[in-house]
Structure formats: structure tokens, C-alpha cells
Design a protein around this ligand. Sequence first.
Ligand code: HEM
Length: 447
Amino acid sequence: MRHKVIGGNTYHLPSGYSFAQVFMRSLTINQGPIETTSENMEKFDGTYSMTFPGNQQLIVTQDAGFINHVLREKHTNYKKSAMTSGKAARLFGDGLLFSNGDFWLQQRRLIQPGFHSKKLQGLYEIVARTIDETLAAFPTGENVDFYPLMHRLSFDIVIRALFDIDLSPATMQELTSLFTGLQNFLIRDIRRPFRKFLYPINGQERLNLKRSDQLKDLIRQVIRQRRNDPKPYNDLLDMLLSTRYEDSGEPMSEEQLIAEVLILLFAGHETTANTLSWLLYLVSSKKDILDRLTELSLKLDINESIRNEYFQAVINESMRLRPAAWMADREAIADDSFAGYSYPAGTVIMTFFYGLHRHREFWENSDVFDPNRFIDENGKIRKSPAFFPFGAGPRMCIGNNFAMAEMGLFLRAFFSKFEISPTSTPPELMPLITLRPDKVLLNVKKR
Ligand code: HEM
């Protein structure tokens, strides 16, 4: 425990690193954040703290109880931390993922009904069609890099689920390049905050704010076209346009609509792309699992593939070992305490899902890829208190049903048409905003 006096109060922080130690470590540590955090978890028994400039406290934890405390039980005392969300909101707007407080709650209530399983059913035809089109032109051969292919597919799926219209190739290209440019800048900004002062000087800030405006303008055009289109649609944009605030009966403002569309694009493609890429890598060397996936993909119809337990177990096991959301961050609004620790308002808590998903107390042979651990004796999906692929509590992923269905549809379509085998180059972990592979090289041939 570290005892610290802050603002006249004494707090009992988890053991960890003082500001001087954090500074020294930042100069000497060369390994990635997952390796460093995992080492610290071993050293400090699952929870540790660090002090940053301005007496900013950071607690990192893989304790399931502490994570529940922050995300579920005391969730009203926590907001998204300015450390990550502030930067992102500047570029992507104040949509669901980055907003806080009453405003977030109002938006969540408004949008949530559009993501109920029944509502989503209508979208699955669009998703299946997009997957089929992609697979019709899918490359075969040795050392095919699946990551850009899965990235493109997931992006196309979210775009089509949002706007079920054929955007011109030029518009799609522009959307993709603006979006990717902004994301790359955001990642650089979060990873190297000390370079921030350079951005106004070297033009990066102006360039990216301009990109953000251009992206918003593009989405504004699509929304305006839709408003004048008498045809009925069954996509997410239609849901966002038709929904009304409970108290005023008013629809969302155009600016807010643009922000929510951007957030669904942002939150809804990279996570799925990462999960599918890791999944294909993880199963590529497991013959029994590949055989089962193929057998099921030739047998199941589209609706069955969305609900199939084995597909879900394979997806879960991939998200256990390689959670796209490898951690979440929250900032305490008021002083709080948990299990003997106490910490001041403003403390940032990082929930290290990656570590919890491999914790020996919860997972037997935790490093082994074994989908069957998610199937119970009745063949149903087994739940675990140590599994948080979509977060938890009121801010849990709004798109989780959509994502699971999308991935089930992909498994069916892919394994009915293709065979994969591993190569000698394993992917490297790239923990940026999400946990992505640097590349996923596989051999692929038509069945
Ligand atoms: C495998 C795919 C996905 C994973 C692993 C994932 C994971 C997550 C996680 C962990 C959170 C909570 C973050 C936090 O607590 O700070 C989250 C939030 C969110 N996700 Fe997902 N997600 C996925 C797919 C999607 C899709 C497909 C969509 C939409 C089409 C989506 C939309 C959102 C939104 C809007 C939020 C913010 C919810 C709120 O704060 O109220 N996600 N996601």
C-alpha cells in the first residue's frame, strides 16, 4: 500500500510506482504495454498504482471484484477518462462512446432500442450480402495478410448497416481514407502525448481538424439525401432518424446524429476486424477446430449460424485470449474506496481485461486455445465472472449482439468456401486503442 496525502486527505493507494519511478521507467522500459502491465500484475498481485505529473493517480487492475465495482456497482461515480476520450471526442464528436453523465444516458436510452436482437434481424441480410460480396473476390495463395482484408470487410459491414445504399466507390474511398487518417493521428496522439506541443506548429492539428470536418460533411450529405428519399429503409440510419426523445418527442439534432453515426463507425469496425483476424490465426493450427467449423458452416443456415453455440464459443475463446478491448478506462468523479484501498476524485482506473482473461484462478490452462471451456454440460454457452470482452454495466458495448451475429455469419460463409493453414510468421501484438495484430499471414485455398 502507498499512503499519500493529497489535498489534506490521506489515501491508501495500492502499491506501485511513485512519480520519480514512473519517470525513470518511462526512460528505460522498451517493451510494449501488455508485457509491462502483465509483469506489474505478477509483481503487485493484480492491482497497482502509479503517480503522474500534477499528482494524477492511475490504478491498473485485473481484479474481477474491483472491475465490477468500477463498471457496475459504483458506475455512477465514474466517467470516461479525459486522458483518452477527450482527445477522441475532439476529432470524432460527442457520440455515445465518449460522452458522459446525463447526456450520455439520454443518448443511450434513445439508441439502445435500435440494437435489440429483434430489430437487428433485418440488418443481417445486409451483413450476409456484404460478406458474400467480399468472399467472392477473396485472394487465395500463401502468406495472405488477413488483417487488411478483415479491416475492409468490417468497415464495409458497418457502413452498409448504417446506410443501406450503394455509396459511390469515390465516396467510400474518401470515407475510408479520412477515417483512417484520423484514427492514425489519434493513436499517435495517445501514444506520444509529449509531442502534443508540436501539432499546432507542424500543421498536424489543422490537418486533422480539417479531416474531421470533411468526414462530418460527407455524413451530413448522406443524411440529407436520406431525408429527401421517400423509399423505406431498414438500416441503422433509419433507426437514428426515426427515434424520438422520450420527454420532448423531438428527434436528434443533425449535429448529434452525425456524431452518433461517426461513433458507430469508429466503435463498430476495428474491434470486429481485430477479433476475426486473431480468431483465424488462433484456429489456423488446430485441425480438430477447423474441421468442426467447416462441418458446421456446410450444415447451418444463416439464422442458425448467428445462434450456434460452437461458433460463439470459438469467438469467445478468441476474445478471451486476444480481447480487442484489452482495457477500459474510467475516472473517479468523487473520492472512492475498494477493499482497503482509497483514492481521490480524478483517479483514473484502468481495467486490464487482457490479464483477467488469462488469470489462473479463473481459467485452467489459461494459455491454451480451447473453445470447449465456454460450453457447459447442456451444450449451452457457459458464462464466466472473469470474462469482459464487451465491458460491463450500463456502458457495456451497445453493438455486442450485432458483433456476435456478424462474426457468426462470417464463420459460416468463410469456412464453407475456404481452407486455411498457418505460416511460419506469427502476428505481433499491437495494443493501440484496440488490441490489433500487426499482420495475420495465413495460407488460404478454395475448398
Ligand atoms: C468484437 C466486436 C466488439 C467488441 C470487442 C466491442 C467492445 C466494446 C467494449 C469493451 C465497450 C465498452 C468500453 C468501455 O466500457 O469503456 C464497447 C462500447 C461500445 N461499443 Fe463495442 N465492441 C464491438 C463491436 C461493436 C459494434 C459492432 C458496434 C456498433 C455497430 C459497437 C458500438 C459500441 C458503442 C457505441 C459503445 C459505447 C457504449 C456506451 O458507452 O454507451 N461495438 N464496445
